[in-house]
Design a protein around this ligand. Structure first.
Ligand code: BTN
Length: 253
């Protein structure tokens, strides 16, 4: 294990690089379970994450050394369980800020918090919250970004990387530092910029306000018109406002 101390940021002030770990989210979970103090914003980055987890029990596969696979922990006690989606918004905006600076406006957030370039996934976020009473006790934020990987399992369609988009390598540590800064910036504004964050999230949302095909039990055409307070997507289908939780609806791409 190698320890690197960067500037005085809370997020990324301490970055621990692990040579090999099952999952950086699991690593933090195990540390928190030991009840030893774990400083807010400490980043655990894996060079080789061999059993990465995605949302909804999916796997997150990433070849060693090419991409960013990291997690951090936040203690957002100011958030109630009902408002936990504010964290998803802040984190996706933070990633979107950094990647759109590098790549431009073709970077979008695919609801709830995938990061897309045009019609292909570049990254994903796995947020695991623990609740104590009426507030969030801890939030493990896991981020996987395809950075310098150029070849993907042919069965995985609609996936790309920064290198495939830009045609050049991207320095992992520099990108990580920019992401940490951005996460801190958005995190600190969750309460004060609540409405602005929501408006920006919608502005950056993949396929927002456009007519596209979705699948629930069957295929239907609809227009994403919003995301409600608890993070469910609202899709207008021929005048009917349909509201879906994660996994109840998928996009036809
Ligand atoms: C998704 O798109 O479904 C979310 C993917 C999240 C992957 C990251 S990689 C770092 C952290 N550790 C994990 O096991 N998962 C997250």
């Amino acid at each position: 294990m190698q320890n690197n101390t960067f500037s005085r940021l809370i997020v990324g002030q301490k970055i621990v690089v692990l040579k090999r770990v099952d999952s950086t989210n699991n690593y933090i979970k195990r540390e928190l379970a030991k009840s030893t103090p774990f400083s807010e914003g400490t980043v655990i980055m894996a060079e080789d994450q061999y059993s990465g987890r995605g949302q909804a029990q999916n796997k997150w596969l990433s070849p060693p050394g090419l991409n960013l696979t990291f997690s951090t922990v936040l203690y957002p006690s100011f958030l109630s369980p009902e408002s936990q989606f504010e964290l998803n918004i802040a984190i996706s905006l933070a990633i979107n800020d950094v990647l759109s600076e590098i790549i431009g406006s073709d970077i979008k957030i695919k609801w709830p918090n995938d990061i897309y370039y045009r019609n292909s996934k570049v990254g994903g976020v796995l947020i695991e919250n623990s609740i104590q009473g009426r507030s969030l006790k801890s939030s493990i934020i896991g981020i996987g970004l395809n950075v310098n990987q150029t070849e993907f399992d042919p069965q995985l369609v609609h996936v790309t990387s920064l290198k495939n988009i830009l045609g050049r390598d991207v320095e992992l540590k520099e990108l990580l530092t920019a992401l940490c800064k951005s996460i801190e910036n958005r995190y600190l504004k969750i309460t004060s910029d609540h409405s602005a964050h929501r408006a920006e999230y919608l502005r950056c949302l993949y396929r927002y306000n456009e007519k596209h095909k979705f699948v629930n039990k069957e295929e239907f055409f609809g227009i994403i018109t919003g995301v409600d307070e608890v993070g469910r997507i609202v899709i207008d289908s021929e005048g009917e406002q349909k509201v879906f939780s994660f996994k109840e609806v998928s996009f036809v791409i």
